[in-house]
Design a protein around this ligand. Structure first.
Ligand code: BYC
Length: 309
């Protein structure tokens, strides 16, 4: 007789989605809660560097697009927190773990947005990297996560284009504007490559997550794909990728690229990046100031329950 674990793996291998009420190994549940909540936190913290520029967007069209993008990110966070809740995670606990610094979120959001061109670079590179990873997640084995990713990916595509269009406009503008775009690319390129996580041989969770089809492509595979599609985009707008070792590898049909500074990556992940403390401070402030809204929503829900029972 097959045990639960064997039957579960058979379902995964047969590409049958796992749903909230299905039996699942405890470690599968925990891995998903970890990844989905980190993903949700990334969306919410990711609103901060861009939110910083809403009041300073150069014109009304840019302001409207940026406002919409940041609102989309709040929505993505909400779908993802909801997906994590289907696995038994408590939303308030997830917030507390983020606010205390216990939970992780993407390293990329610990870098500052210094100029308007950074908003272009974030859309182009950060959302571009996110899409690469998230398109794979539309086929992840856990149904509620996969379905949330479908809508998120559609919106991310718009985000990526709005960023690339900002970069294109600046790159075709005055020499100062072009320099601003190049400077933003210089600062965001390497942190964007770090978004995909440690190299496959250093990745602790990849082997099990690939077996369970939570992840369908490895960190290095996705990073390589991102490099290969992004280089022609940089060439098209005449900007230079800040990597002296970038070279087309005819034999393997991809670009070889330079070494990533993993020390910087782990330093940022451990809380010592340029903006980690400011990000957590902003999240804690928002949480504390939003208490009255949560209390009011709970009081209203209790009242509705009392009326209906
Ligand atoms: N930053 O074994 P590994 C967005 C951690 S936001 C920080 O390879 P895994 C957007 C990892 O958590 C999109 N930590 O892990 C929003 C693990 O630590 P723990 C964000 C990182 O999970 C606003 C350890 O390193 N996307 O789109 O198999 C504006 C070992 O790593 C990072 C997602 O979250 C990192 N970059 O693979 C614009 C996608 N990388 O948990 C855009 C969903 C690794 O053992 N997540 N770590 O303490 C994933 O696909 C995977 O979790 C990862 C990592 C590929 C990120």
């Amino acid at each position: 007789m097959k045990n639960h674990e064997e039957k579960f793996q058979e379902k995964i291998d047969a590409e049958i989605k796992i749903e909230a009420k299905d039996w699942m190994p405890e470690k599968y549940r925990k891995t998903l809660i970890r990844q989905i909540s980190q993903h949700a936190h990334s969306e919410i913290v990711g609103m901060l560097p861009e939110g910083n520029w809403i009041t300073r967007a150069p014109n009304l069209r840019r302001k409207i697009a940026l406002l919409a993008k940041v609102q989309d990110e709040a929505g993505h966070g909400l779908y993802l927190y909801s997906a994590a809740e289907t696995l038994g995670a408590e939303r308030d606990q997830m917030f507390k773990d983020l606010n205390s610094g216990k939970a992780k979120y993407s390293s990329i959001f610990n870098y500052p947005t210094m100029t308007w061109a950074d908003i272009g670079a974030i859309g182009w590179l950060v959302d571009g990297a996110a899409i690469m990873n998230q398109v794979m997640l539309t086929r992840t084995s856990y149904g509620p996560y996969a379905r949330a990713m479908v809508k998120i990916c559609k919106e991310e595509s718009f985000h990526q284009r709005q960023g690339y269009e900002i970069m294109m406009t600046l790159a075709q503008g005055t020499p100062e504007q072009k320099e601003m775009a190049q400077d933003a690319l210089n600062r965001w390129w390497w942190p964007s490559l770090m978004m995909f996580g440690p190299s496959d041989k250093e990745s602790t969770h990849s082997a099990q997550s690939m077996k369970w089809k939570i992840k369908r492509k490895s960190n290095d595979e996705l990073r390589q794909h991102f490099v290969d599609v992004t280089i022609p985009q940089a060439e098209y707008i005449d900007l230079k990728i800040p990597d002296e070792n970038l070279k087309w590898n005819e034999e393997q049909g991809h670009y070889d690229f330079g070494d990533i500074d993993w020390e910087e990556f782990w330093n940022v992940v451990k809380g010592n990046g340029p903006c980690n403390k400011a990000r957590l401070k902003a999240r804690n402030k928002a949480y504390d100031e939003g208490k009255w809204v949560r209390d009011a929503a709970m009081a209203y829900a209790d009242k509705q329950l009392a009326v209906s029972s």
